[in-house]
Design a protein around this ligand. Structure first.
Ligand SMILES: [Zn+2]
Length: 296
């Protein structure tokens, strides 16, 4: 999918999809919440029974094209990676082919931005070459947030995210291609417009969202601030994989309120296709209008 937003173009590069019971992903969602969601969102997996409802996620990257730059945002799980969770273990997907279908080779990527350093957002940072993990994008600078780089650098965390740090983050740093930055880092600036990061800690300590603005058009790549549309109906319930549940809920509500007020177009990492849309205030919390942006 390729979409134009003013002078910006956004392409999606899909890797796969997954699902889990709603009550595992977001414990406490009620039938009333699902009925509220159904007013503006339809999915065949979304039963009105909270114990039968399925929480579906797509796994994808985005490529933002702006000012002649190709900016890759999040890099999915990657191929050949040994992981201690089955959903990410030794995958063989068509992600690289999907990048080519979007008209891009790895050498065309100028910047890689990871919204956080979980295993499903850093995998294609590297690929296997002659038994070694080498950076997939040889001409890119890779931007990692300092807080996540330090957090996942410690031994004590969830095994699959620690594994991802070792084979998908460290080799990039060792190759000299990484910039370890603060969570409000400005990536690219052009007279009031540009690309910058904003702190979105909670899902992980160094989670960020990526803002892009050009000529009145605003896009925001929200990473894992939200995974599924039900989280606009219940932004107050912690997602099971949030590292700091209370902080993640506060961040989610703060950022959704900001997006509702400013009218930015969201590009969430894990919504089903087509994912982009705008946030509006609803009776209790928020709702979402999915946007079919102009094809390009
Ligand atoms: Zn994720």
């Amino acid at each position: 999918m390729s979409r134009r937003l003013g002078k910006m173009k956004v392409k999606t590069v899909g890797e796969g999809e997954g699902m889990m019971p709603m009550q595992v992903a977001l414990p406490g969602v009620t039938g009333e919440d699902l009925a509220e969601l159904k007013r503006w969102y339809w999915s065949k997996e979304l039963s009105q029974d909270p114990h039968a409802a399925v929480f579906h996620i797509d796994v994808r990257s985005y490529v933002l094209q702006l000012d002649g730059m190709n900016v890759l945002i999040d890099t999915c799980c990657g191929n050949d990676k040994q992981r201690s969770v089955p959903w990410a273990d030794r995958l063989q997907t068509e992600w690289l082919l999907n990048l080519a279908r979007a008209g891009l080779e790895p050498a065309d990527i100028h910047l890689v931005l990871c919204t956080h350093l979980h295993a499903d957002h850093v995998g294609w940072n590297t690929r296997l070459e002659n038994g070694r993990w080498v950076p997939t994008f040889p001409n890119a600078r890779y931007v990692f947030s300092r807080k996540d780089y330090e957090f996942f650098g410690r031994q004590t965390h969830e095994a699959h995210n620690r594994e991802a740090y070792i084979d998908s983050v460290l080799p990039v740093v060792e190759a000299g291609l990484a910039d370890i930055v603060e969570s409000n880092h400005c990536v690219h600036r052009e007279i009031e417009d540009g690309i910058w990061l904003e702190d979105a800690s909670g899902h992980s300590p160094g989670s960020v969202v990526v803002h892009a603005q050009r000529g009145g058009s605003q896009a925001v790549f929200t990473g894992d601030v939200i995974h599924h549309p039900i989280q606009l109906v219940r932004p107050d319930i912690a997602f099971f994989a949030d590292e700091s549940p209370a902080e993640a809920c506060a961040t989610r509500q703060r950022l959704l309120a900001q997006y509702a007020d400013r009218g930015a177009v969201l590009f969430p990492a894990h919504f089903s296709d087509p994912p982009s849309g705008r946030v509006y205030r609803a009776k209790r919390y928020f709702c979402y209008e999915f946007l079919a942006l102009a094809s390009a």
